[in-house]
Design a protein. Sequence first.
Lengths: 83, 241
Amino acid sequence: MSDPTQPNAAPPSPDSRSTTFQPVTGEAEHYSGEGLLVSAYALIWVILLAWVGLVWRKQSALDARLDDLEREIEKADAASARS
Amino acid sequence: MPRARTQRQDALFYGLLTLTAIGFVAEIFLVFFKVPTEARMGIVQKIFYFHVPNAYAFYIGAVACFIGSVAYLVRPTDARDAFARAGASASVTFGAVVLTTGPLWGAKAWGTLWTWDPRLTTMLLSFLIYLAYIVLRAFAGDGAGERRFAAALGVLGAANLPIIHFSVQKWGGQHPTVITGSGGGLQHPDMKIALGLGFLLFTLLAVLLIWVVARVELGRNRLRRAEEDAIDVGLDRRTEA
């Protein structure tokens, strides 16, 4: 089978595609499994805390709308007291 | 709320949140790459650096619930009720993590996921009290009576905290007592650093969660009052028209 990493290699045909996945034998793994595991754990925490930040941001927007609503109610209350 | 105060509050919150996120990444790398593996239990012992600070954060939530509940019973305000409710929410969250990580460790160390050890039993009981608090607040309405009843539950729940803490000394059991008043049984400086950082980070996380939930509860109360005021001044009729 032709080597697709070679500059003059012919483009891969549908017949040359992978049909099986073979484990690497006789050499070290390319990525440390431990490093990936720890990175995954760290990422989970960062995502969780980012979510907490998003909840805070949404609440800020909600508070701003509540401020507006309370102002409108005060205005309406004052108007009804005058009339 | 004044705009300047809101901005200061936002800056403080986002600052603490960023610090906590960075701290957690550092803690995870410290625990898995720097702290030595424990000789007898192996890698499963590393659960300890998250399990124990989580239990500590559970206490923080429970104490917040207790303080908010006592303050509410003395003088009822929305803020005090929101603080108690946020404390109970944090306790349930951290308690659930404690009751999940503990059995994972136990499966390896004891060969069983659960045993009716005094500390495990009292911890489960306390978790169920705060879960009952949350369920009560979610389904029993939000009147003054329900709030007072929940506050009484918040005070009652705190009575169990010293029992959890001293259950190991008082009744024995299988639960380890590595952290003691005489300095603890951690035999390597990196183990102590990782645990210390864990305590600091889970304190920050507990503060952040209590803060967020209390703010949501206060917002909910403001919305309810605004709805009532809107009905009083006839704004609802205008909206319908």
